[in-house]
Design a protein around this ligand. Structure first.
Ligand SMILES: NC(=O)c1ccc[n+]([C@@H]2O[C@H](COP(=O)([O-])OP(=O)(O)OC[C@H]3O[C@@H](n4cnc5c(N)ncnc54)[C@H](O)[C@@H]3O)[C@@H](O)[C@H]2O)c1
Length: 483
């Protein structure tokens, strides 16, 4: 099949690479020239500067110039075309609605080119972007406006998880396709031939509107799980000293009706999708006069969670951030990505700066470069100039008064040893990801430990206990609930 993929970001690039692995002729198109130049080079470090995903650079270098072609100009590849996948960014507007400007720009450009085709072969335009219900229909109208002949529209939402994009595209849970005609479904079955009749992968053909709605339902349900655990499980374990979060998870989810996914606590879910998609769904339902109380509560819980631990440090540990130096470990919205979009670290930094910290010493294995771009503001340098970037966790911790773990990078699991050998108590460790399995030992040495989904463990208090009444650091905390 001859395919164009429009937009080569976190979704489009892995999708194009994996389609090319199946032997399709894939033209990956973007308006960002620097990005296309980097991909064309085939060099891993240059590709990963834009999209850092395990296995992605290898998949590109194996197929480039054989099945996979990168371009900033598709005017000469529209003849003989079978399908176009639209993978444009759809960020939120201020009112929560989806900003479709990137998508619409691309749609108009495509319509213009397709209208001038010599051959009139059937071509299907497939939305992979997450777009409001009704957008496939909008695309159809644009094609009609330009007089494009023999064209179909379809919705094929993307469910990949960043950090696992290549594997997720090679072996997805399901393929959801919404189209209007049997002819278009047939083209799409050929594109995805390896998944049709697959024993494990669900291949669902439905209407475009259903497919669009499935994506919003799926993402908001996932965020609802996360918010339930943060807003209920976390709050319970933060209120009573002897609740073990990990046992709570096993006990609750050992019921086949209850999802294990999302049953963890954290300092909020970030990334470019959850927050934007739930806002867009709220907007879409409001436009239709429907109630959105549940969605609004889920969104609010998740947003509050991102800076909640800073509030807890003030209220429970009596920690005054004014003029303090804080080490911030983890900037990306989750491990194994350099993506900072909607990351909890953005809210943590905002909250720390608002509380007058003297400086923030940041470290992230992949995202520091992107973070520096985001937090660089020449007009406001007195604020963002307080953030410094470091080569490793130890360097970031040096000279700090407190530490905040914001991302679940595996390397942070061994952080206790680094803390012990770098800073002395009194010292506050705020753990937004429950990353320190051996926190008892830290507390026993006098460090204060404030985990999400757990009570404050006060090192000094623990040390004052007579040795024979020290069964576990876990019971020492005292909680003062906040809002
Ligand atoms: N990131 C994810 O994990 C994920 C998962 C599922 C769905 N989605 C959805 O997929 C869509 C794309 O997300 P993303 O994370 O890949 O975005 P992205 O910002 O990483 O990539 C978008 C790309 O489109 C390019 N672009 C913009 N305008 C263009 C135009 N007119 N012509 C050609 N290229 C153009 C940009 O230069 C950029 O490279 C969004 O709707 C998103 O909600 C994302």
């Amino acid at each position: 099949m001859k395919i164009i993929v429009v937009g080569t970001g976190f979704v489009g690039l892995p999708h194009a690479a994996v389609l090319s692995e199946y032997g399709h002729e894939v033209h990956a198109y973007d308006i960002d020239e620097a990005r296309i130049k980097a991909y064309k080079s085939g060099e891993r470090t240059r590709i990963e500067r834009y999209v850092n995903e395990p296995g992605l650079a290898a998949a590109i270098s194996e197929n480039i110039n054989r099945y996979l072609f990168f371009t900033t100009d598709i005017s000469n590849v529209v003849e003989g075309l079978d399908a176009v996948f639209l993978c444009l960014n759809t960020p939120p507007n201020r009112d929560g609605s989806s900003d479709l400007s990137y998508y619409l720009n691309a749609a108009h450009h495509l319509a213009d080119l397709l209208a001038k085709r010599q051959d009139k072969k059937r071509v299907v335009l497939v939305n992979k972007s997450t777009v409001p219900v009704g957008t496939a229909r909008l695309l159809e109208n644009i094609m009609r406006e330009y007089g494009v002949e023999n064209v179909g529209v379809a919705a094929n939402p993307e469910f990949l998880a960043q950090g696992n994009a290549i594997e997720g595209s090679r072996r997805p849970d399901r393929i959801v396709l919404g189209a209007d005609t049997e002819e278009d479904f047939q083209i799409l079955r050929r594109v995805y031939s390896q998944f049709v009749n697959h024993v494990r992968i669900r291949y669902l053909e439905t209407t475009p509107e259903t497919a669009e709605a499935i994506k919003y339902m799926a993402n908001t349900l996932l965020l609802t799980y996360i918010s339930f655990w943060n807003g209920v499980g976390g709050r319970l374990a933060e209120s009573y000293g002897n609740i073990r979060m990990e046992d709570l998870k096993i006990g609750v989810t050992s019921d086949s009706r209850i999802s294990t996914w999302g049953s963890y606590v954290s300092n909020g879910a970030g990334g470019s999708c959850f927050g934007k998609d739930i806002q867009s769904l709220i907007y879409q339902l409001n436009q239709n006069g429907r109630s959105t109380d549940l969605l609004q509560a889920v969104y609010n819980i998740n947003e509050y969670q991102k800076s909640y631990l800073v509030d807890r440090a003030i209220h429970e540990a009596d920690f005054n951030f004014n003029q303090k130096t804080v080490a911030l470990l983890g900037l990306a919205f989750k491990k194994r990505t350099n993506d900072m979009r909607d990351s909890a670290a953005l809210k943590v930094v905002e909250s720390l700066l608002a509380r007058g910290v003297h400086s923030i010493r940041a470290y992230d294995p992949l995202a520091a470069e992107d973070a520096q771009t985001i937090w660089f503001n020449p007009e406001d340098n007195h604020l963002f100039g307080r953030i410094s970037y470091h080569a490793n966790a130890k360097e970031a911790i040096q000279g700090s008064d407190a530490l905040f773990i914001s991302t679940d990078w595996e390397e942070f699991r061994g952080l206790s040893r680094t803390i012990e050998t770098t800073v002395q108590p009194p010292y506050l460790v705020i753990d937004g990801r429950r990353m320190l399995p051996d926190f008892d030992a830290l507390v026993a040495q006098g460090y204060d430990y404030l985990p999400v989904g757990g009570v404050l463990l006060c090192g000094a208090q623990y040390q004052k206990q007579p040795a024979n009444s020290q069964p576990s650091a876990k019971v020492v905390g005292e909680t003062k609930p906040i809002a």
